[in-house]
Write a protein that binds this ligand. Structure first.
Ligand code: PLP
Length: 448
């Protein structure tokens, strides 16, 4: 295809790097979502809303560090504090002031965070949250929403992507998958039926509170509210996976924006300001299962938790700097406004071009629904919450999405793969104009 030919001509050095990468890494990547044909970009540096590949091409970036970079790439105030901290030591194997300030900020900003335990990643946080919930309730099952992503550990490696049916993916013990209870998002009747069928067996209900993949299939707030009421009634812990939504949807995450307080929440990404880090936060009585004295007082077993790099000083420095900026400036509002402006302009363009696509999203994220059925859709009446996964995953839609991503790169814009993107506080008018031009140019190439 001419798009692939043009991409190959523009990115020879990325192609070379990928040939070497294939000899070192399975599939030539270190994260599944970075896999891309004919080859992913090899990035050399990044600043603000932009990044550069090894051929010197410049891109407006919407990958946003997989959601970690709400302040854009290498924000000077954050990087200065990380550099300063690096000279003072990267690991003390001890308590330190920065972890304390970091934890206090989380406690002050996130409504459910009575106590905080830092981990190294979102995956570690969801694993710990599930263990805490099982210990706190003495029950074993976890209720999850189909398609909602919670990292890659064994308790969540199904019910997403290829294992929508909830069967265990290869390498995962089938017994773990059998313990899960999968419910379709926004399906209240299905939710109640599952809760009734497993009364007294479910430790926690786990969800991405704005819907899977940053709201690609949005959850209706009243469905989340129903989950809150039903779980409270039935002694089930409600756990918001705020790895993406935390500090993005609002300063206090989706829970603050929705006005629904979960029992526990998991955090990562923005939490650690572009460095590795995660946390489980929530109800004092549950987190206290990690405290030997409190556990002994209650006559229960303490939960174990280690992790060499938990709350390491570099991540703590970046986290403190980032959360302070989010708390004290209007960066979130600007990020949200940017994505909203893009969505409105993109929909105008799709209408003008007679294309049956819809841009949608909230809270600084945008998604492009490449209507694989080719049906006309009216963006004004489009209800993304009614999208079924089947609508999003049809092969033709996926093929067009892949081509769209390559084609926009030819115009200096790098979207996320689903397709869509995450804005940051550094995306401004120049980026918006360039992105819309790139989209128009890419559509022209796709139609040729
Ligand atoms: N939960 C959600 C909602 C995520 O989006 C992710 C990562 O994309 C994770 C958990 C896993 O976090 P991590 O990649 O830090 O392990």
């Amino acid at each position: 295809s001419p798009i692939v030919t043009a991409y190959l001509a523009r990115t020879p050095s990325s192609a070379d790097a990928y040939r070497r990468a294939r000899a070192v890494f399975p599939a030539g990547v270190t994260h599944d979502s970075r896999y891309q044909l004919p080859h992913p970009l090899s990035v050399t540096h990044a600043a603000g809303a932009r990044k550069w590949d090894s051929d010197g091409n410049e891109y407006v970036d919407y990958v946003g560090g997989h959601g970690a970079l709400i302040l854009g790439h290498a924000p000077p105030e954050v990087m200065a504090r990380v550099a300063e901290q690096a000279m003072r030591g990267t690991h003390y194997g001890a308590n330190h002031d920065l972890e304390l300030r970091w934890g206090e900020l989380v406690q002050a900003m996130v409504p459910c965070a009575e106590l905080v335990r830092f981990t190294n990643s979102g995956t570690e946080a969801t694993l710990m949250a599930m263990r805490l919930a099982r210990a706190a309730t003495g029950r074993s099952r976890i209720l999850r929403l189909r398609g909602h992503f919670h990292g890659w550990h064994d308790h969540v490696a199904f019910g997403v992507t290829h294992h929508f049916d909830g069967s265990a993916s290869a390498g995962v013990l089938p017994a773990l998958a059998e313990q899960a209870v999968l419910v379709d998002p926004n399906d209240e009747a299905g939710l109640i039926a599952a809760l009734d069928a497993h009364e007294g067996e479910i430790a926690a209900a786990f969800l991405e509170p704005t819907g899977s993949t940053y709201g690609q299939v949005p959850l209706r707030p009243d469905f989340v509210q129903r989950m809150r009421e039903e779980t409270a009634k039935r002694g089930i812990l409600l756990i918001f996976d705020e790895v993406v939504t935390g500090f993005r949807v609002s300063r206090g995450g989706a829970q603050q924006a929705l006005g629904i307080t979960p029992d526990l929440a998991t955090l990562a990404k923005i939490l650690a300001g572009g460095l590795p880090g995660g946390a489980v936060v929530g109800r004092r009585d549950v987190l206290e299962l990690l405290d030997p004295e409190r556990a002994a007082q209650r006559g229960v077993e303490k939960i174990g938790h280690q992790g060499t790099f938990n709350a390491n000083p570099l991540s703590a420095a970046a986290g403190v700097a980032t959360l302070e900026i989010l708390r004290d400036t209007d960066v979130l509002d600007r990020t949200h406004a940017y994505a909203a402006a893009f969505i409105a302009a993109a929909n105008d363009m799709f209408c003008e071009l007679g294309l049956p696509w819809v841009a949608y999203g909230a809270y600084g994220a945008f998604h492009i629904f490449i209507n694989p059925n080719g049906l006309p859709v009216d963006p004004r009446s489009f209800d993304a919450a009614s999208l079924g996964y089947a609508d999003l995953k049809l092969p033709r839609g996926n093929r067009v999405a892949g081509k769209l991503r390559l084609a926009t790169r030819l115009f200096g814009v790098d979207l996320s793969p689903w397709p869509g993107g995450l804005a940051s506080g550094t995306h401004g008018e120049a980026e918006l104009a360039q992105t819309l031009d790139a989209l128009r140019g890419a559509i022209r190439l796709l139609r040729e």
